[in-house]
Design a protein around this ligand. Structure first.
Ligand SMILES: NC(=O)c1ccc[n+]([C@@H]2O[C@H](COP(=O)([O-])OP(=O)(O)OC[C@H]3O[C@@H](n4cnc5c(N)ncnc54)[C@H](OP(=O)(O)O)[C@@H]3O)[C@@H](O)[C@H]2O)c1
Length: 359
């Protein structure tokens, strides 16, 4: 493949001037439309697209309009929304166009979010922050205790030392989280779709993650009932970072929460359709159930006004912001630059989304 074959780029994400200049050195023509409003007449010339999670802009309605397009590089790790575009369901679309995620860049934000929320839940910070901010008054231990749920929980913090974290999904986010958790003397176990260790061959920011998959002391499979049950039964801290696919939708049901050890905490940064809100609330309200939950993604999303999860004393809600960080689209453009260099060198793409699997 020659450089000329990939000379025209469309950028539909807001990047810095210096990153745009870097892209301009790599491509003959760069159409920069951060508002995703690309004039119809240039669609036919575009070889490569760099877009947000939505994928192709609204005026791309058929494959015929984009005959030269070979790569759709997303700024997001999740490809579920981009894959719903009818253009990608036309015959031959996936032979012509490779869709690639920016999985790997969120190691800059989500693992630190996960660690922060585990610590917050283990220290019962959600109650203390809430009382201080709402009342602007120094709460007594009794004040705090009163706001804790009646299910036997108390203000004393729980030490992380010696606990087991179960990483549900062992991709980029989970691997970097595993690396950070080791500093707390936490045992790490992982569940993926086949229960075996694999090397991370995607985009990796140097110094992050667990490339060879050697951190977990054991691997489990979500496709094997007994294995999944054993995984859950050991997970004091259940951390979900799964893509949304037909297999992961409503994967965690009421009975799965019942398999967790008493006093477990649940963190979800993947997608909200992993577990129904009513099942999470039932687990939180059971005397033998969850000690806490931190949810960056919810069912439904957005959560409707007044939803009980917002004010549940054991819950921390963030509105799907754990992945945001300063310079995230520039980081996505670094993935694009690495991909284009691979394309030109005739090497396979990284983070290639399998349209059948959905990630
Ligand atoms: N909250 C946010 O702002 C935010 C930001 C970025 C990403 N996300 C979400 O987080 C997800 C993961 O991101 P990532 O960068 O870590 O992705 P990744 O590197 O592609 O990892 C995905 C992981 O999910 C596992 N998986 C897929 N289907 C599974 C199943 N049925 N059972 C068990 N494991 C399964 C994969 O395992 P195997 O293929 O090896 O089985 C892989 O380990 C994204 O897809 C997105 O939905 C959310």
């Amino acid at each position: 493949m020659t450089a000329q074959k990939f000379s025209t780029l469309a950028v539909c994400a807001n990047i810095s001037k210096s990153k745009l200049d870097e892209l301009k050195k790599e491509f003959h023509t760069v159409h920069y439309h951060p508002d995703a409003k690309i004039p119809d007449e240039i669609l036919k010339d575009i070889d490569i697209w760099f877009t947000r999670y939505l994928g192709f802009p609204a005026n791309v309605k058929s494959l015929e309009q984009i005959p030269k397009t070979r790569l759709l590089q997303l700024t997001s790790a999740g490809a579920n929304v981009a894959l719903t575009n009818p253009v990608l369901h036309e015959k031959g679309a996936h032979n012509q166009i490779s869709v690639c995620s920016a999985s790997g860049i969120h190691t800059m934000s989500i693992p630190q979010y996960i660690i922060a929320q585990i610590v917050n839940l283990y220290m019962k910070h959600q109650i203390q922050f809430h009382l201080c901010r709402t009342n602007a008054h120094w709460p007594t231990r009794q004040d705090i205790q009163q706001d804790l749920p009646a299910s036997g929980t108390n203000l004393s913090s729980l030490p992380l030392y010696g606990k087991t974290a179960g990483l549900l999904g062992y991709g980029h986010i989970a691997r970097e989280t595993a690396r950070l958790l080791k500093a707390f003397n936490v045992t790490v176990i992982a569940a993926n779709s086949n229960g075996s260790k694999r090397v991370d061959d995607g985009y990796i920011i140097p110094g992050t993650g667990d490339i060879d998959g050697s951190i977990p002391s054991a691997y489990y499979s979500t496709n094997d009932k007994a294995s999944f049950k054993e995984f859950l039964s050991k997970s004091d801290i259940l951390i979900a970072s799964l893509p949304s696919t037909p297999q992961t939708q409503w994967l965690l049901k009421k009975e799965h929460f019942e398999h967790l050890p008493k006093g477990a905490v649940f963190i979800n940064v993947g997608r909200g359709n992993l577990a129904k809100s009513e099942d999470i609330i039932a687990a939180l309200d059971s005397p033998y159930g969850l000690e806490g939950a931190a949810l960056d993604v919810t069912d439904p999303e957005p959560l409707p006004d007044g939803h009980p999860l917002f004010t549940h004393p054991k819950v921390i809600i963030t509105p799907h912001t754990s992945g945001d960080f300063v310079g995230s689209f520039d980081a996505g453009a670094d993935v694009l630059l690495a991909q284009v260099r691979r394309l030109r060198a005739g090497q396979p793409l990284m983070n290639l989304v399998d349209p059948q699997k959905g990630y």
